[in-house]
Design a protein around this ligand. Sequence first.
Ligand SMILES: O=C(O)C(=O)C[C@]1(C(=O)O)C=C[C@@H](O)C=C1
Length: 446
Amino acid sequence: MQALAPSPITNTATNPLRKRGYTTTKLNFHPSQLSIRCSAFGRNGAVTGSRADWQSTCAILASKVISQDHNSGSEKPDNNDNDNNEEEGKTKIAGINGHQILNLLPVSTMTSNSNTVTNNNNNLPKPLSLSTDFSSPPMHGSTLRVAYQGVPGAYSEAAAGKAYPGCEAIPCDQFEVAFQAVELWIADRAVLPVENSLGGSIHRNYDLLLRHRLHIVGEVQLPVHHCLLALPGVRKEYLTRVISHPQALAQCEHTLTKLGLNVTREAVDDTAGAAEYVASNGLRDTAAIASSRAADLYGLQVLADGIQDDSGNVTRFVMLAREPIIPRTDRPFKTSIVFATYDNGEGKGTSSLFKVLSAFAFRNISLTKIESRPHRHRPIRLVDDANVGTAKHFEYMFYVDFEASMAEPRAQNALAEVQEFTSFLRVLGSYPMDMSPWAPSCSDQK
Ligand SMILES: O=C(O)C(=O)C[C@]1(C(=O)O)C=C[C@@H](O)C=C1
């Protein structure tokens, strides 16, 4: 099979690299990529329990949950999860916490000549896209289907395999599509990056978490080890351009400079997609930043290994499902919430954010993350003062992760208190923390 040849189009305003003066490119994939063929490995269970239990645990919050603008679509009962299957639950935790080798797709059979590399392996699954016809979901048997953004060889695919060893990894061309794949029962889970130790938060996914109705059921942290990939025979001196996912470019920014490359940097949808693009278009002046697995899959050589700016480069992914899991107290749990505080004009007093955070501090609950995003429905609040003019206050949604399980009374009490100072509050999920051993991505870093 001839490798797909994505046609580059210029990306628009949203790309963070524009701020840095990078040209941005978006790869479009061929329509034939809409078919879904996934790597199949065996069934992996999920931690679930009686929904009634979870709902009563969270009943305290129910009155405050406000519908967002977007419905999640189908909400049939999730038959993929066995509500009381303790053994399956253990399997999943072992998968998250252990360092299991990812049994991913077979490495492509590639043929190369001096100009192009042809991917002869038609086994690689093709990404779902917004234009995919979801009306007839594929038959899938009992294997857990996990949607991720990117193409085979992307770090998100590796994260899906770490979170759910033995799963079917389903590539999607956008984060939004991964959400929809779960909502529409194309996939059972989505695995999405939310933050990176060098590049920071992946804001798009925070916004999508709020807009969709999926639940966070787990987290997984993946050491990210980047390579500079080019066609066989290409030398660094030939390069005029390096392409990759914006986060990957940001994570390698200083190293690229140190390597003395006189290149422009261009953003594309995902790291492995960049590698595929270089290979399928026979680009001898362009390198991709991607994983060594992407090099194998798309027949590229590794020009430089471990080019992330820090050896501790790690990306945190969350796993999403249609139903929440039952929170437990026999292992470390984390809970993620999103809220909006009352503004002063709503007669609820001042310092709302401080009061919300105090609810956790007073109960010795550690916060592990706080993120703020513009409030979609009221991004700006105007306060007129006849004497001095109009103050324009930005309004935010705050995302907080804290180290406690919703099964713990202290977490329930903290949220009961938080309700007093918030006009909106939603529990995004209460889930086991990733406690896997620390394994930096490379030891020979600069
Ligand atoms: O492009 C990929 O390979 C991805 O999985 C995406 C992504 C990201 O969104 O941050 C994931 C991990 C790395 O930090 C770089 C890129």
